[in-house]
Design a protein around this ligand. Sequence first.
Ligand SMILES: N[C@H](CCC(=O)O)C(=O)O
Length: 287
Amino acid sequence: MYSSSIFNSNFDNCFNQEPQRAPVGVFDSGVGGLTVLGQLYRHLPNESIIYFADTARLPYGIRSQAEILQYVREILNWMQRQSVKMVIMACNTSSALALEIVRREFSIPVLGVILPGAKAAVEQGKRIGVIATPATAKSNAYRQAILEIDPNVRVWQVSCPEFVPLIEQNRINDPYTKEVARSYLEPLIQQEIDTLVYGCTHYPHLAPVLRSLLPSQVRLVDPAVHVVAACTQELDLLGLRNTYPPLPTRFAVSGCPQQFAKSSVQWLGHTPTVEFVDLTDTAVSQF
Ligand SMILES: N[C@H](CCC(=O)O)C(=O)O
């Protein structure tokens, strides 16, 4: 527990009179961040939320650091224009490759998923497996964060390039997805891991498949749960927790709004209204 925030809340926006009413911004490349959104609905039901999915440039996990950094800067600039009070990077790839850099560039508090996930993993186990996108695995961000907290644990990371496209295509129950999952988990099961971290926010959508392949004693760590706990703590420390009824969640994408509405309905339980946003422009249109 921190007793004071790592952020300062002195940024200007149109909610200056009542800054707690400003929305929380959440972003991902696609439907992965909906796992974080679900936790926000559960634990911070009064917060208004703007969810942005960079679907035009998905998947992030095969991109370079320079590309991710450019995308994240564009998203944060847009979020700032929407007057958000805090941003959750509901994306491990962005958190691994861009978080530290953009935190120095933007005055809005920005939270990433890796540190909360690493802390939770170390509390749970000693033999920790991490499944992640190629870019997150290559960055070693989880390994470093975990070993910094406890140098005595063992960490194995597996890059899972096929998962995000399969999830975005809604092929969760496809037998092919289970075979791919089996091949990714096999080396971790051989190492007798006791804990598995979802190192990509898309992967909790595969929970039933992964659970069916893992030995029952392996604990699953979902960083979405823990980043929302960190968000709650930061909002409280900054005096920014909303106590008024929230506005309906705004969904925005850089790709096709209809496509996102269709693929997110199963996770949201309703068909959302989705805006198209051109990040290189300030124009916003709604369908
Ligand atoms: N869900 C994101 C991005 C995945 C992707 O677009 O490759 C992550 O946690 O890394």
